[in-house]
Design a protein around this ligand. Structure first.
Ligand SMILES: [Zn+2]
Ligand SMILES: [Zn+2]
Length: 385
């Protein structure tokens, strides 16, 4: 059964944090063990007051108290353990929606568990383009989670009346049974079937949520995705997860952001890479070309005369925005020199003329021959590296 934390400190339900601290200090002075040696009642009051202050100054714990629960009676298991009803999400064609829940697992506690439990965290995945990762955006996502039941305001009771002590287990939340075995009498303990281990029952369960205090609902929420977000990062949205059993405070929602592949750019941390196909003549004579950047602006990249296959051109600051600091990564344009095939007669004659005038036939480089490297030897060296 839930303890009366307000009553322990003698404060009002609407007490401010200041009033709670003041009431605690007053009790602490009165019941401090140093002033009351050998007084077990005073020691207990001192401990209770400290606990009540801790609970009431914690907004989440206080909310559980206000919903009629006891945050210090959660048992050893995960929050909302097996509360049931909100397991299978995202069934069939829901697009963005495939919220899953962490946690769970049955609490192996003894004694009654609090009817009001904090809610589970939820996880949702969403996909964005590389352009969106560059600029950042506010993205609307649809999420299916347990929300507070409007009909009973989370109390689980149609008339919003307080739960009553379970008469099957006398509020213990568990039933002890003596069983005869060949070893003699064995005492076994199991959760009370009438109150499901809560130690209290709702006499008129809410028709809308069947006493659970929450219902499943689809909501649209807006996620603020920062510029420069990396693939697979999770954005935490406080209290947007699943509302707990009995109307307990909601867990958090995590939105996991995945970036789609881009047809031009490959991302490497804060840097961007792209490959440019440069015709042989342009690589020899030099040229420039223009690309559309992720922010929509054009960028002109110069190819210097004599650019070699496999060279990369670095453009400072033309990469992705850095997520945690100012500034941008760099852009690397990797040059792929394209050699023409299927030459027409005229082009072929022109190239032959150039070849004859250049006198630079393919040759194997020998050690220290001092000659300019041939194209083929360079290729060979490249494979050796
Ligand atoms: Zn309800
Ligand atoms: Zn019971």
């Amino acid at each position: 059964m839930a303890r009366d934390y307000y009553g322990i400190l003698g404060v009002d339900k609407n007490a401010t944090d200041q009033e709670i601290k003041k009431a605690y200090r007053k009790m602490a002075r009165k019941y401090h063990p140093d002033l009351n040696p050998d007084d077990e009642t005073a020691a207990e009051k001192f401990r209770d007051a400290a606990l009540a202050q801790e609970v009431l100054l914690d907004p989440q714990k206080r909310q559980i108290v206000d919903m009629g629960g006891d945050p210090m009676e959660q048992g050893g298991g995960g929050a909302g353990a097996g509360a049931g009803g909100f397991g299978g999400f995202g069934g069939g064609g829901l697009g963005d929606i495939f919220a899953e829940f962490f946690g769970g697992g049955a609490g192996g506690s003894r004694g009654p568990k609090s009817r009001v439990q904090p809610g589970n965290d939820a996880l949702l995945r969403t996909r964005i383009t590389l352009e969106e990762a560059y600029t950042g955006l506010k993205k609307k996502v649809t999420v299916d989670t347990a929300v507070l039941c409007d009909t009973c305001s989370g109390t689980g009771s149609e008339s919003k009346s307080k739960p009553v002590t379970c008469d099957n287990c006398n509020g213990m939340g568990e039933i002890q049974e003596m069983q005869r075995s060949f070893l003699g009498n064995v005492m076994t303990t199991r959760p009370c079937p009438k109150c499901q281990g809560f130690g209290e029952v709702i006499t008129d369960p809410c028709n809308h949520c069947a006493g659970d205090g929450r219902v499943k609902k689809r909501r649209d929420i807006t996620v603020n995705i920062p510029a420069g977000i990396n693939d697979g990062m999770r954005i935490r949205m406080a209290s947007q997860g699943e509302v707990g059993h009995g109307g307990g405070p909601a867990g958090d929602l995590y939105v996991e952001v995945h970036t789609e592949e881009h047809p031009v750019f490959q991302r490497n941390a804060d840097d961007l890479n792209l490959t440019v196909r440069v015709p042989m003549i342009d690589a020899a004579l030099g040229t420039n070309f223009t690309i559309d950047q992720l922010n929509g602006e054009e960028l002109t990249i110069d190819i210097e005369p004599g650019t070699q296959p496999g060279e990369s051109i670095k453009v400072d600051g033309a990469g992705m925005p850095r997520l945690r600091t100012d500034g941008f990564g760099n852009l690397f344009a990797h040059v792929d020199v394209v050699v023409p095939k299927d030459l027409d007669r005229k082009t072929r004659e022109s190239l032959e003329k150039i070849r004859n005038s250049r006198d630079e036939g393919a040759r194997v480089r020998t050690t220290g021959d001092g000659q300019e490297e041939s194209f083929f030897s360079r290729i060979r060296d490249k494979f050796r590296r």
